[in-house]
Design a protein. Structure first.
Length: 343
């Protein structure tokens, strides 16, 4: 018997008359009154109320956790690199007497590496100053005891102690250290630097698909990716202020857009909504959808004027981004380029 069951069991008592003999033939109410078991009934009722309260508290806690998970898809995080997941490069894979502390993303040397979130570069050294790591590495502190690690880099593009933004190019992928080929070794740390968690799940909970899929942006989000959404929505006929705040007005507009496309009208801009929202753009295009593209490129360090004109400068920026991320460098912003930019 479990401890809780044992502590809630109540011993039975036998009622007796004034001469000490057992009492027979009494009603249940009389027995309860005579034995003081009415108090027991109250206690049992209180116990039931406590159980109900506990269930309500658990439900509220689950709802709070669900709300927190949704709030995490707030546009604050970005995909650090494009590529493929190599065999054996997953988190927890055996590494001699230890296990793999991150997720590998393979691509060619020189592929762009981006900051997964805003923060400060706190390590810029061989192995990042962490045991068991080799090669050129960066560590970014994001606040709240959260850190990301970028290993086997061929080149640094930020200095130690630099402040970086989400999506900013910070390094180039490489094959420095003990490797079998070029890749990014990416780690996520929570609680303290050295306490790793699975990067794939960590980023997924924040709306980012490390394998390269579309991002998920929930109501309440803010930042450049929200500006991208608002400008695309304006082009789609739902005039919005591009303030970077995914509040009630923008959410209501997105829900109307989703309904018009036969999508689930949940307000989340994710893998189902992005493809319906973006445009294929090329030199000569103009308007708010081009402003959206320029905003997305600037999040990835393009440094463009957001003027809505897809001229030669924007074309060059698109090609440069595509080339750095090993996409087809044709200067045309189609779904593949949009997915990478907003991921």
């Amino acid at each position: 018997m479990c401890r809780s069951c044992a502590t809630t069991a109540v011993p039975a008592e036998t009622p007796v008359d004034e001469e000490g003999g057992p009492v027979h033939g009494l009603s249940r109410r009389a027995l309860l009154a005579g034995l003081g078991l009415g108090a027991l009934a109250v206690n049992l009722s209180a116990g039931a109320s406590t159980a109900v309260a506990a269930e309500a508290e658990a439900a509220a806690s689950a709802a709070a956790e669900a709300a927190a998970a949704a709030a995490a898809k707030n546009g604050a995080w970005a995909n650090p690199a494009l590529g493929r997941f190599p065999a054996g490069g997953h988190y927890g894979a055996p590494r001699g007497g230890a296990s793999h502390a991150g997720q590998d993303v393979s691509n060619s040397t020189g592929t762009a590496v981006h900051a997964a979130a805003a923060g400060t570069v706190v390590r810029r050294s061989w192995g990042g100053g962490l045991p068991g790591r080799t090669g050129n590495a960066l560590v970014i502190a994001h606040g709240g005891n959260q850190y990301t690690y970028y290993g086997h880099l061929s080149a640094y593009r930020v200095a130690l102690n630099a402040t970086v933004t989400a999506g900013q190019r910070i390094a180039d992928m490489g094959a420095t250290g003990n490797v079998t080929g070029p890749h990014l070794h990416f780690e996520t740390h929570t609680g303290s630097l050295g306490s790793t968690v699975n990067p794939v799940g960590f980023l997924a909970a924040r709306g980012v698909d490390l394998s390269g899929g579309w991002s998920r942006i929930d109501p309440g989000a803010s930042g450049a990716t929200v500006v991208v959404i608002q400008r695309l929505m304006t082009r789609r006929g739902h005039t919005l202020v591009a303030d970077g705040q995914y509040g009630s007005v923008s959410v209501a507009a997105v829900k109307r857009f989703q309904s018009s496309k036969g999508l689930v009208a949940d307000g989340q801009v994710g893998p189902a909504t992005w493809p319906a929202l973006v445009y294929t753009l090329r030199q000569g295009s103009s308007g708010d959808h081009v402003r959206a593209l320029q905003t997305a490129l600037n999040k990835r360090s393009a440094g463009l004027a957001v003027d809505g004109g897809f001229g030669s400068v924007t074309t060059s920026a698109v090609r440069a981004y595509q080339s750095a991320n090993r996409l087809v460098a044709d200067g045309e912003a189609g779904p593949v380029t949009w997915r990478a930019l907003t991921g």
